[in-house]
Ligand binder design. Structure first.
Ligand SMILES: NC(=O)C1=CN([C@@H]2O[C@H](COP(=O)(O)OP(=O)(O)OC[C@H]3O[C@@H](n4cnc5c(N)ncnc54)[C@H](OP(=O)(O)O)[C@@H]3O)[C@@H](O)[C@H]2O)[C@@H](O)CC1
Ligand SMILES: Nc1ncnc2c1ncn2[C@@H]1O[C@H](COP(=O)(O)OP(=O)(O)O)[C@@H](O)[C@H]1O
Ligand SMILES: [K+]
Length: 501
């Protein structure tokens, strides 16, 4: 159930199911209508009546089925429409089979105590919602009527969650077969209210033909790859992670990342510090080691002697040439030295703003996995054209950036998207807004490096870290500060690994 289908893939699912069933697509519409009615009767059973707003396509077709089924149950129903579905379509058939008289949509006036069924537009939204359609949605919103949206709140784009023209906030959205990006990406996620996925009789086997590449970020994606230490392991086998520290006044971010790496199971973690910051770092580190690295030769020597499995560069590091130099050294260690994976975050992302191609070229020929963890602002510095393209969804931006950068891309935010250069993508859905606090991204960068260092593949490591970070944040809740996150990881990991204490 965790596959996420684009509206095009959903159309394909519909087509394949209709072919396989032999009875066309109309039975799916009947099932869709029945599924919405079942939800209405569970959650909005005490409504005085139901106003069903029907659009000109198959979303409207679902609306006619819903209106008929409610009417057959003896409930009070009013049907509102602007245009009739074109002859020969499922929508037209549903309209024909609906005995209710249709009222003109521009006369729609919500009644106190009535619920609104929004069946104007769903997957076929093709232009901004305007005119009488927009006015009807605005009236429902102004009346604060309970709203159930069919497939999507009308006006929300299924591929991106963006609003085209006008929309409304639903209390409940019932979608069919699988969620679409618009249910999970903001603002769509907020506008959907709660989203329920209903079975309309499309067999799961159609997914073998469609082969969707986007998933909701649940443990099913990566749980089996979460590292568990062998009984005869030793600390360096559990992955040695090195985190670059910034100057004396900006060392905390690196320590947060280091703590994230350690708590997620890296066997050894070293903070690499410029000379001037060694004293301040030393005052705050215990299990985590400290090593002076300020110059190219010191870094090369550290790599050659200690063979770290993964690095973090960026948190509190500064945006200068050193960030670029160290990044390039890590991606291309001296020949014969094993490549270490790299998480590039924060200042190190910004350091490549003027020369992003240098980073992408280095990643393209590196033996290591590069994971980029920008928030939207940092993303725009590395990928200005993608950030400015209003037609691209957050999912599409992350995907294109991953291909261009030859990197796993973690595009952070309330709806973090993780994308791999091979086209796989995941959308995270369980983060708490309490994570929006300084330093929480630093912890995440360290967590990703900690998993990479333990041998987890890049895409899965990033997905797992994003989920575990969100779960740790959820457990802390109000009052969360970044320091809390690593400390919650033992309990979160225990639950995820199914280990008893
Ligand atoms: N796939 C499945 O498995 C199943 C799908 N099902 C249902 O089908 C729905 C998709 O149906 P759909 O493709 O007919 O699209 P829909 O959303 O009704 O819109 C198309 C119509 O609206 C028009 N139009 C668009 N935007 C507009 C605007 N802003 N302002 C004015 N007009 C606008 C558009 O005009 P056009 O673009 O042609 O100019 C066209 O006439 C899906 O959401 C689900 O509810 C279920 O029955 C069960 C199984
Ligand atoms: N509204 C939100 N809901 C859920 N998670 C959020 C929200 N805002 C930010 N986050 C998460 O919090 C972290 C913030 O990271 P970042 O922006 O890099 O901050 P910092 O640099 O201060 O560590 C990211 O993991 C991001 O996905
Ligand atoms: K709708």
């Amino acid at each position: 159930m965790h596959e996420i289908l684009s509206p095009q893939e959903m159309g394909e699912a519909d087509r394949l199911a209709a072919e396989a069933g032999g009875a066309g697509s109309y039975p799916l519409m009947l099932n869709a209508g029945a599924a919405v009615v079942a939800e209405l009767l569970t959650r909005f059973a005490d409504a005085a009546g139901y106003d069903v707003l029907c659009g000109p396509g198959n979303n409207g077709g679902d609306g006619y089925v819903i209106a008929r089924l409610l009417h057959e149950r003896g409930l009070a129903v009013r049907l509102w429409r602007q245009e009739v579905p074109p002859a020969g379509t499922d929508g037209a058939r549903a309209a024909d089979e609906c005995p209710l008289e249709a009222r003109p949509l521009d006369r729609f006036a919500p009644e106190p105590g009535w619920a609104v069924v929004d069946a104007l537009f769903g997957a076929g939204l093709s232009k901004p919602v305007e005119g009488p359609y927009a006015e009807a949605l605005e009236k429902a919103a102004t009346a604060k009527a309970p709203v159930i949206a069919v497939d999507l709140p009308s006006g929300v784009a299924g591929d991106s969650g963006r609003v085209l023209g006008t929309t409304l906030t639903a209390d409940l959205t019932v979608t069919f077969f699988r969620k679409k990006p618009g249910h999970l990406l903001f603002p769509g996620r907020k506008l959907c209210g709660e989203t329920v996925v209903a079975d309309v009789g499309i067999p799961a086997a159609v997914l073998q033909t469609i082969r969707p590449t986007c998933r909701e970020n649940t443990p099913a994606l990566w749980q089996t790859l979460l590292p568990r230490p062998e009984r005869d392991t030793h600390k360096y086998k559990r992955g040695h992670v090195a985190v670059f520290s910034g100057p004396p006044t900006a060392t905390g971010a690196a320590r947060l990342a280091a703590r994230g790496a350690a708590r997620i199971g890296a066997g050894a973690v070293t903070v690499l510090s410029p000379a001037a910051a060694l004293a301040v770092n030393a005052m705050h580190l215990t299990a985590i080691m400290l090593h002076r690295v300020e110059e190219e030769a010191e870094l090369a020597a550290f790599i050659e002697r200690r063979h770290p499995a993964a690095f973090v560069i960026g948190p509190g590091f500064g945006v200068g040439a050193t960030a670029r130099l160290f990044t390039e050294i890590v991606l291309h260690p001296a020949s014969g030295t094993a490549a270490a994976h790299l998480v590039l975050d924060a200042d190190a992302v910004t350091a490549f703003a003027e020369v992003p191609d240098r980073l992408f070229a280095a990643a393209g020929v590196s033996r290591a996995t590069l994971v980029l963890t920008p928030h939207e602002g940092e993303f725009a510095r590395l990928f200005p054209d993608l950030a400015e393209d209003a037609l691209l969804s957050k999912l599409e931006r992350a995907r294109q950036a991953a291909v261009r950068a030859h990197a796993v891309l973690v595009l952070k935010g309330a709806d973090t998207v993780i994308a791999a250069p091979d086209g796989r993508a995941a959308i995270n859905t369980d983060a708490t807004p309490y994570l929006a606090t300084a330093g929480s991204g630093d912890v995440l960068a360290g967590m990703i490096a900690g998993l990479l260092g333990q041998g987890m593949p890049g895409f899965e490591a990033a997905c797992a870290a994003v989920h575990l970070h969100a779960e740790a944040g959820r457990r802390v809740g109000p009052g969360l500060i970044a320091e809390d996150l690593p400390e919650r990881l033992p309990e979160v990991l225990c639950a995820c690994l199914g280990e008893e204490k």
